[in-house]
Design a protein around this ligand. Structure first.
Ligand code: PBG
Length: 330
């Protein structure tokens, strides 16, 4: 008998790809709604949701539509919601005061969502100053206009307290200041919030893919964040950030962005014993939506492929603007 097959007899990997049922059975990774976390923006002083042009399908919510979005996410089985506040421009100042005002938009939104969904959904909040500062940086500036690490930590400690007072379950410090996790842990513990967890943005790279987010939060940033966010050229540096965050008390760690950093995610996921999250950021969302709108890629398949890839790389949790939509399909 002759054969044209050049491999070893019996070794035909394609056998396991023959039918959808077979492929389903041998799938090594599958997404579950509980893997997903929905990032959501809430804007002060608007009576209708405001579309974000660079993120088709995503809006800046009113307080009211945010509550609805939280309920929809919950009903779809999504695990959590990550809240970002967008204050009125007039509220922005050099210190980002609106970020520590108990009646600031984020704190109000946390209370709203908590009242709506209670403990059913994990309520998380971005703990960072960039949404509230008139210069748009993630921290306060020194006399030379540089981001002042330790002065910023004092602001973060205050933010942690007001967000926790408002009822958040998890704070997500995203400013990449040295020592932020430790200072926030202390602040939470000293104010009776021992049970509020910290999802540390452990590896956060200075990424071009944050572009659409700047529109989403109406950022006033001029310049860049390269003195505090990481250089995409570096991997080992993320392991140092990881060690520090764990030592300082991070309960969960995150890698951001997701797709350009799958190697970082895989390496971190292999080396920790805490849950690992990945943030599929605004530009990752925008690039799939833009290509799909042009008919260049199959939108639904592309979304699933990116999310499955992130899960395969080792993420337990994925923050994605498609969370509710995808959870409904699973
Ligand atoms: C900072 C923060 C950013 C994002 C989440 N938190 C922006 C930045 O670092 O410039 C980006 C999220 C996204 O792009 O989807 N508060």
């Amino acid at each position: 008998m002759s054969t044209t097959y050049g491999g070893f007899p019996g070794t035909r990997p394609r056998r396991l790809r023959t039918t959808p049922a077979m492929r389903r059975m041998v799938a090594e990774h599958r997404l579950h709604p509980a893997d997903l976390i929905l990032p959501a923006f809430v804007r002060e002083g608007v009576s209708e949701p405001v579309p974000i042009s660079a993120m088709p399908g995503v809006v800046q919510h009113t307080r009211d539509t945010l509550r609805k979005a939280a309920v929809e996410a919950l009903e779809a089985g999504v695990a959590g919601i990550m809240l970002f506040g967008v204050p009125e421009d007039a509220e922005k100042d050099a210190l980002g005061t609106a970020g520590t005002d108990p009646d600031g938009i984020l704190q109000v939104a946390i209370r709203d969502v908590r009242a709506e969904v209670g403990d059913e959904l994990v309520i998380m909040s971005d703990l960072c100053l960039d949404e509230y500062t008139d210069h748009g940086h993630c921290g306060v500036l020194d006399a030379e206009g540089r981001v002042d690490n330790d002065a910023t930590l004092e602001r973060y400690a205050e933010m942690a307290q007001v967000q926790a007072d408002a009822g958040v379950h998890v704070v997500g410090p995203s400013g990449m200041m040295d020592g932020q996790v430790g200072v926030i842990r202390d602040a939470l513990d000293q104010t009776g919030h021992e049970n509020v967890s910290i999802l540390a943005y452990t590896a956060k790279y200075a990424s071009a893919f944050y572009g659409p987010f700047r529109e989403a939060v109406g950022s006033s940033l001029k310049g860049d964040r390269k003195t505090y966010q990481q250089d995409p050229a570096n991997l080992r540096e993320s392991m140092r950030e990881l060690a520090l965050d764990l030592e300082e008390g991070a309960d969960m760690v995150m890698v951001k962005p997701a797709l350009p950093c799958l190697d970082v995610l895989a390496k971190i996921a292999e080396s920790v014993d805490v849950p690992v999250a990945a943030y599929q950021i605004s530009g990752e969302y925008a690039m799939v939506e833009a290509a799909a709108a042009n008919g260049w890629i199959d939108r639904d398949r592309a979304i699933m492929e990116t999310l499955t890839g992130v899960k395969r790389a080792g993420a337990n949790m994925i923050l994605t603007y498609w969370a509710t939509e995808v959870a409904r399909q699973l």
